[in-house]
Design a protein around this ligand. Structure first.
Ligand code: HEC
Ligand code: HEC
Length: 336
């Protein structure tokens, strides 16, 4: 019986095709699993275009409770055990009664000024104010307090301002459709720093601008933290993905270490804020993983396929594999 079955010339190709079908389906399933669902558990409520109003400002105010203002008044207060990006860090540097830097050996958060470690001079702040008037006040109001068109910026901390300006999101182009897009920056980093320092002088607040020391980072730890905290939205390869209502998590291929750490510590729009649950050492590990592995992937043999991840790879494997098998079937059939 078995012998007769094996003698039938269509059985062998059929078994091979079925086997590949199962393998393909499996690899596709694994790929889809690794990719994760965008906007899963950690995703906060997605905001719609135009909803930049009071509600948003309040939400942000509660997001960033730690005021830089108070940290120098009680310099002997114990540091937070987690060292999670607030002025209660183990390192706290004060100048003229205000915090100019805080953090630890992994990340130092600095107040923008004419030179690191100094308090900004009145001239430096005046330069920031005039840049703000020329480029920002039409939407954010003359004192940065917000308008019907744009949110309040006072009390958000210099890292927020630096992030939005150096990634080219700001100044926004009107009308803003869904989410301020990343574009080539209109202002230089130095100009962004002046604006950030001036806004901060109106109501000093954390987070300051993070300078990440990548030396000593643990890449394996960074990889697993990335998979756990970031891949749901940005995908495991950092290629970015769509979220609800036309919003999206952008690709991570061009961001600088300072911008990555700033995103983690400021939570831009639909990205969650990770203060508290990620320590500065963990943020350093993630930043190192993104800037060393995601931005410079090593393809250990084979084709990179644009690095878009396992789903695309599964598709290519299916197409090429099934195509080849069909050809083999024809060939076997022809021989008989
Ligand atoms: C054409 C109007 C417009 C101009 C000009 C503009 N902004 Fe904005 N800005 C917006 C809008 C609208 C948002 C909200 C965007 C969003 O939520 O996606 C925003 C958001 C921001 C945010 C994020 C605030 C937050 O709550 O996280 C910062 C920081 C910011 N702008 C800074 C600036 C700076 C600095 C300038 C000048 C260099 C500037 N903007 C110029 C309209 C503008
Ligand atoms: C809930 C989804 C979500 C998660 C989780 C998430 N992000 Fe984001 N991320 C976003 C969104 C949305 C934006 C874009 C915000 C905007 O443009 O207003 C963004 C922006 C960024 C940017 C700025 C990119 C650019 O081109 O300017 C970086 C860097 C970033 N995220 C890194 C991370 C890292 C690292 C993690 C993990 C610790 C993470 N994100 C977790 C949704 C997410």
């Amino acid at each position: 019986m078995l012998r007769r079955l094996l003698r039938n010339r269509m059985v062998l190709p059929a078994v091979v095709v079925a086997g590949v079908g199962v393998a393909g389906a499996l690899s596709f399933g694994v790929g889809a699993g690794a990719q994760g669902t965008p906007g899963s558990s950690t995703a906060p409520a997605v905001r719609r275009a135009g909803a930049v109003t009071a509600a948003r400002t309040t939400a942000l105010a509660t997001k960033r409770e730690t005021r830089a203002r108070d940290a120098c008044k009680s310099p002997s207060a114990p540091a937070e055990p987690a060292n999670s990006g607030t002025p209660r860090s183990s390192v706290r540097r004060c100048r003229d009664g205000q915090v100019v830097a805080y953090g630890n050996s992994a990340i130092l958060y600095q107040l923008p000024s004419q030179s690191p470690g100094q308090a900004p001079t009145p001239q430096y702040l005046a330069a920031g104010e005039s840049l703000f008037e020329q480029n920002c006040s039409s939407c954010h109001g003359p004192a940065g307090a917000g308008s019907a068109a744009a949110p309040n910026l006072v009390g958000l901390g210099p890292a927020t301002v630096m992030f939005w300006v150096t990634t080219g999101r700001m100044p926004a182009t009107t009308p803003l459709t869904v989410q301020a897009p990343v574009k080539p920056p209109r202002l230089t980093d130095a100009q962004a720093a002046e604006i950030a320092a001036w806004i901060n002088s109106l109501d000093p607040a954390a987070p300051y601008v993070p300078k990440v020391n990548l030396k000593g980072a643990n890449l394996a730890e960074g990889a697993s933290l990335f998979a756990l905290n970031c891949a749901a939205c940005h995908t495991i390869t950092g290629a970015g993905d769509a979220l609800a209502y036309g919003t999206y998590a952008p690709p991570l291929h061009k961001v600088t270490p300072t911008q990555i750490a700033s995103a983690i510590r400021t939570g831009p729009t639909n990205m969650p804020l990770f203060t508290g649950n990620l320590s500065d050492n963990q943020v350093r590990d993630i930043v190192a993983y993104v800037s060393e592995k995601i931005q410079h992937p090593t393809n250990n043999g084979g084709f990179g396929l644009g690095g878009v991840g396992p789903v695309a790879e599964g598709f290519v494997a299916l197409l090429v594999g099934v195509g080849l098998l069909v050809l083999i079937c024809f060939w076997i059939g022809d021989r008989a």
